[in-house]
Write a protein that binds this ligand. Structure first.
Ligand code: FAD
Length: 510
């Protein structure tokens, strides 16, 4: 029997979260003739785990946004529920603890606008009310963004019904924060999540910042009991149950194009498979520079667009299994953002280097998922998110020494900041870098967050230019390089957007 059919309606390159969300959305709308080609031997891409010495270790997920509690699901949680992908979500206990050593700031915030405003009020009397107002502004922008992502609206109506969204659209996070005249400490505390979008607040669009803050502080954040791998395995099962063909260890090397329209793909193994639509999990940079066959079908505009995009951050993550329970080790926080100071220009300059990194996030998985390790052990990670360019010049022969040096520095900084000693408790350790990411999933230069969200490449501008940037008919992209950008939650949205692109074309072509 032939391995592949002669023709599929849709071929999806990559079985990451975005690719699988795209497949689920297409299936929900009646498109079932789908082939997913995944180069790795597992689904999920970066949403994965690995085993060291009998202990399963989470490879990536710190916290998942847009899930929400069962009785009040947010967008992504709703999607999983509606698709029948039943994830055992566990709520992360706090939003974050923020430690800034230069000014001696040390505060823990929990989700709930009132609650976090009250926590700030307790340390900075007189400012809680204003923080609450600010969070409500973020929340209104959040609601508008969610509404406008699925509804077309004229300018006048938008102005009338979404005034805060329109009013703040042209401003950076910093510009809007400045209008509140918060004390510097309060501003610093509110900016702690900046790293999750990988852009300093003085160039980060307020809409993105508001979305992030409102989502995390409104619905809290979640992890899956079976790690991010649980999402991947359950999505894959559902996609296959609903009739899609999912093939592993099949790398797509070429996308076949004729007269400006896709007609198939070629795999590394040499199979040529035909289809009407291709959804690419591979970055546009790779697609337009290496994958379109023949190369003469690469539109000039596409090259201009990829050259104009700025890649966002990539991870340096030190992942450990520690001897001892969190209690024995003195670890009481799920998530600490720590830094020497919050001077954005300095932090940004630091993120362009090979360390030592100043802005770190440390995660103790046990505190959200108590059964994540055998008893008596702790699963713990420390992560910095530098820019991809920092790693471009690293020579192969220096790579392993660099990884060890980064791990030592990051553990040292964590110990100095918190007073918690972990270096003599390490049972297992892995260090993940952009090189790991690039090697494992093929993400362009190891970027995990796609393209930087800044005022020149704003999510709203991306929505407005999306049609004119669809250069090859029948080709959609689904991944962190999509309109919604980074993170696992947004990959669900990016996958659904790719599905919508195909569904719209199908309607037009009828
Ligand atoms: C250390 C770390 C921590 C993170 N923490 C969080 C977090 O706490 N919360 C959060 O939301 N996000 C987090 N992320 C980011 C998140 O993992 C990614 O943004 C997201 O998983 C990207 O999903 P994707 O579908 O775009 O791509 P990927 O996960 O990269 O999936 C792409 C898939 O396509 C396959 N593929 C690529 N090219 C081809 C080809 N040519 N042929 C066949 N298959 C191909 C790859 O093998 C892969 O399976 C973290 C990432 C890292 C590395």
């Amino acid at each position: 029997m032939a391995f592949y059919k002669d023709h599929y309606q849709v071929i999806i390159i990559g079985g990451g979260l975005a690719g699988m969300a795209c497949a689920l959305q297409l299936q929900a709308k009646g498109v079932s003739d789908i082939l997913i080609l995944e180069k790795h031997n597992l689904p999920g891409g970066l949403a994965t785990s690995y085993v060291r010495n009998g202990v399963e270790m989470e490879a990536t997920l710190h916290e998942m946004m847009s899930i929400g509690p069962k009785e009040d699901r947010l967008k992504v949680g709703q999607f999983f529920d509606e698709m029948g992908v039943d994830i055992d979500w566990l709520r992360v206990p706090e939003a974050y603890r923020f430690v800034e050593t230069e000014k001696g700031i040390d505060i823990t915030l929990h989700s709930g606008f009132k609650k976090m405003a009250h926590e700030i009020e307790k340390k900075y009397p007189g400012w809680g009310r204003k923080v609450y107002d600010f969070m409500n502004l973020c929340n209104r922008v959040y609601d508008s963004m969610n509404y406008l992502s699925t509804h077309q609206m004229g300018k006048l109506k938008m102005l009338k019904e979404h005034p805060d969204f329109v009013r703040t659209l042209g401003y950076t996070a910093q510009q809007v924060l400045d209008t509140y005249h918060f004390p510097e400490d309060v501003q610093d505390i509110l900016k702690a999540y900046w790293i999750y979008v990988g852009n300093p607040t003085d160039t980060l669009p307020f809409t993105i910042f508001a979305f992030l803050l409102a989502d995390y502080f409104r619905g809290g954040s979640y992890v899956a009991r079976g790690f991010s791998h649980e999402m991947s395995m359950k999505m894959e099962r559902k996609v296959e149950e609903q009739g899609a063909q999912f093939e592993f260890c099949q790398e797509v090397t070429k996308i076949l194009v004729k007269d400006g329209r896709v007609y198939g793909v070629r795999t590394k193994r040499g199979d040529e498979i035909h289809c009407d639509y291709v959804v690419s999990g591979a970055y546009p940079n790779r697609v337009y520079s290496q994958m379109i066959e023949p190369a003469s079908e690469v539109p000039e505009g596409a090259i201009k667009v990829i050259n104009a995009k700025k890649l966002s951050v990539c991870p340096v993550s030190v992942m450990m299994v520690l001897d001892g329970t969190p209690e024995e080790l003195g670890i009481h926080d799920y998530n600490i953002f720590s830094t020497n100071n919050m001077h954005m220009d300095e932090l940004w300059a630091n993120s362009k280097t090979l360390g030592p990194y100043h802005y770190l996030t440390s995660i103790c998985l046990n505190l959200a998922n108590p059964d994540c390790c055998p008893q008596g052990l702790t699963q713990f990670s420390i992560t910095a998110l530098p820019l991809v360019n920092a790693f471009e010049g690293v020579k192969e022969e220096d790579y392993f020494a660099l990884k060890r040096q980064l791990a030592r520095e990051m553990i040292g900084t964590y110990e100095k900041t918190t007073g918690i000693v972990i270096h003599d408790k390490i049972r297992e350790i892995e260090v993940e870098t952009p090189v790991t990411v690039s090697h494992y999933v093929g993400a362009w230069k190891g970027s995990i967050y796609g393209y930087a969200h800044d005022m020149q490449d704003h999510v709203v501008a991306r929505l407005q230019t999306a049609d004119s940037e669809r250069f090859i008919r029948g080709l959609q992209f689904a991944g962190a390089h999509g309109i919604s950008g980074d993170g696992m939650g947004p990959q669900i949205t990016n996958g659904r957007a790719a599905a919508k692109g195909i569904l719209d074309s199908l309607k037009e072509e009828k």
